[in-house]
Design a binder for this molecule. Structure first.
Ligand SMILES: Nc1ncnc2c1ncn2[C@@H]1O[C@H](COP(=O)(O)OP(=O)(O)OP(=O)(O)O)[C@@H](O)[C@H]1O
Length: 314
């Protein structure tokens, strides 16, 4: 049993989904560890939603395999889905029913959900997403953000081992975004694995432990946030009143300089330690006022891997 619990929460092997000749998802091997908050990043159209749909059995794969919570999908769909909460393309709510009544309807349709505790379950889910005050309001009067949160409440009606959220903060105002972030953190603290797709880098940096980057249907990077930052090239940053001399020394060490004036930066190169750079500068009489080594940011990694800029809205 312990072996099973150590299997990744989601694992794909060679997963491919074609629409005609286009591979929307192209041979991806994704591994989402249990307990992770996993950010699934990529520009629009890179294949995130298609991957999620195939993962959840909403669409069939052209090739490859998917395991969710240690079970083969879609063969074990009926066993797996009750353990998975999902928000994909917003569920269809009845606009003329209240938020609470809509959740009750979804809960009624779930054969695993006991009737006796329905009322409390719905109230709890609404409270978790900050919608208690609007429980009795008709959904047609909800803002987009409120509908989004109601969708998450729906995914949270029953305890879940895995929560899959496709762009959960789309359309949310800053307050709503903060609430969703807070919610994701508290779910993770309770041990739920959260898989969240996003094109918002800041969001992923703030809440995720792991991330993967999609580009044109391919998985171009995945791992812990730390490892993704590390795998980019670190840079040195020098402040000196002697930029001309410093430039000469740094170029002599094989560093490609950027910047001018008193601030010089350069990507570090293999086999040259920061302390060796400082020693060489000092030996040549360059006055070092400041010296720092900075890891690449996730944004730099993303741009380097996908060739696209990133929407860094908070
Ligand atoms: N049902 C479909 N039929 C044909 N092509 C599709 C279909 N669904 C998606 N695609 C195409 O597959 C590619 C990947 O789309 P997908 O929606 O998975 O990307 P995404 O990364 O989720 O982007 P977005 O954030 O815009 O939803 C796109 O080029 C899209 O046009």
């Amino acid at each position: 049993m312990s072996g099973a619990s150590e299997e990744p929460a989601i694992e794909t092997r060679g997963l491919t989904k074609r629409f005609g000749r286009q591979a929307a998802v192209d041979n991806i091997d994704l591994a989402v560890p249990r307990g992770a908050v996993f950010g699934f990043l990529g520009p629009n159209g890179s294949g995130k939603t298609t991957t999620i749909r195939v993962m959840l059995g909403l669409a069939g794969a052209t090739a490859g395999s998917v395991r969710v919570l240690g079970e083969e999908m879609p063969a074990r769909l009926r066993e797996v889905l009750p353990r998975v909460g999902a928000l994909v393309e917003g569920p269809a709510f009845y606009p003329f029913l209240s938020g609470a009544d809509n959740l009750r309807r979804f809960d009624t349709a779930d054969r695993h959900a006991p009737t006796r505790t329905r009322r409390a379950r719905v109230a709890d889910a609404l409270e978790r997403v900050g919608l208690s005050h609007a429980a009795g309001k008709k959904v047609r009067a909800y803002s987009l953000g409120m509908k989004q949160r109601l969708g998450i409440a729906n995914a949270l009606l029953m305890p879940r081992d895995l929560l899959v959220l496709d762009e959960p903060t789309n359309g949310l105002d800053p307050q709503g975004t903060r609430e969703v972030r807070h919610l994701v953190r508290s779910l993770a603290a309770e041990g739920t694995t959260v898989f969240v797709s996003s094109h918002l880098l800041a969001e992923v940096e703030q809440i995720c432990t792991h991330a993967a980057i999609m580009s044109a249907g391919r998985l171009v990077a995945q791992g812990t946030l730390e490892s993704m930052r590390r795998s980019g090239r670190a840079r040195m940053k020098l402040t000196t009143p002697d930029p001309a001399d410093a430039g000469r020394v740094l170029r002599g060490l094989g560093l490609g300089l950027e910047g001018d004036g008193e601030q010089l930066t350069a990507p570090l190169v293999d086999g040259l330690l920061p302390e060796q750079i400082v020693a060489a500068l000092v030996a040549e009489g360059v006055r070092v006022r400041g010296f720092a080594v900075e890891n690449s940011t996730l944004e730099e990694r993303f741009v380097a891997l996908t060739g696209e800029g990133f929407d860094v809205v908070q």
